[in-house]
Ligand binder design. Structure first.
Ligand SMILES: C[S@@+](CC[C@H](N)C(=O)[O-])C[C@H]1O[C@@H](n2cnc3c(N)ncnc32)[C@H](O)[C@@H]1O
Length: 229
């Protein structure tokens, strides 16, 4: 379901670079459905790289999907003419670091389709700092995890507030049941963490306690406001 929701964000006819592709399921499924015209699957680790090669071979898609053993965006060459990049199933900080290290490989024309497992705030911060606008935000719950999907493209500079970076600017407008459900659960986690920190106060930096307290306030306020009009 998670990868299906990611797949729904990939434009028809795209030339997709799926970085951290693991088994290569996303590019293979999209090519089989005729959604994309070509793809590359990038992997930094040998075992998933071989798994992606196998999936591509088993589906007879070697002509359309190139599987490359490479760290992050190093897998992408200018002649690939990539129009969309997916980075899914990694921490938001890892996705941010891959984008930061690979900046020189970005033409600025690619749609970024990101599915961070946590760390959304630093990822949104990177997008804002690097001239990207968030076009779509989605969240889904599967196997007791809340997965976020962020689609972004280079655009006019945009300034997001601290709360927009924390919750997601579009989520804050729409306030879907899945989004509110995620933050209901997060509030309980925050409260448990803060109660634990109160007991161990000496060993925890004060700024960390303040940050968590601030976030718990934001979440409470969000949930009190409830559904958007
Ligand atoms: C948990 S899997 C997610 C696979 C798939 N994208 C998905 O969403 O189901 C993360 C994959 O990213 C790969 N990965 C992590 N860092 C990477 C990097 N710097 N460059 C390329 N691949 C990376 C890992 O080897 C692993 O196979």
């Amino acid at each position: 379901m998670r990868l299906e929701r990611v797949a729904a964000q990939v434009p028809v006819g795209a030339r997709l670079a799926d970085i951290g592709s693991d088994h290569g399921y996303l590019p293979v499924a999209l090519l089989r459905r005729g959604v994309i015209s070509a793809a590359l699957a990038g992997e930094v680790a040998v075992t998933p790289y071989h798994a992606a090669q196998r999936t591509v071979r088993d589906n007879g898609l070697e002509q359309q999907i190139s599987v490359r053993l490479a760290d992050g965006l190093v897998a992408i060459e200018p002649q690939d003419g990539i129009t969309a990049i997916s980075l899914c199933g990694m921490g938001g900080e890892t996705i941010r670091d891959i984008l930061e290290r690979g900046k020189a490989r970005l033409s600025g024309q690619e749609l970024l389709i990101l599915q961070p497992n946590g760390g959304e705030q630093p990822l949104r911060q990177w997008l804002m700092d690097n001239g990207y606008r968030i076009l779509v935000e989605d969240v889904l719950r599967e196997n007791r995890f809340d997965y976020e999907i962020i689609v972004a493209a280079r655009a006019e500079p945009v300034q997001y507030t601290a709360q927009q970076l924390f919750f997601g600017p579009l989520h804050l407008q729409v306030r879907s049941p899945a989004f509110l459900g995620k933050w209901q659960r997060r509030l309980r986690q925050h409260q448990r963490t803060l109660a634990g920190l109160a007991r161990a106060r000496q060993t925890i930096p004060e700024h960390k306690v303040q940050e968590l307290t601030q976030q718990a306030r934001w979440i409470s306020a969000l949930l009190e406001q409830g559904q958007a009009l």
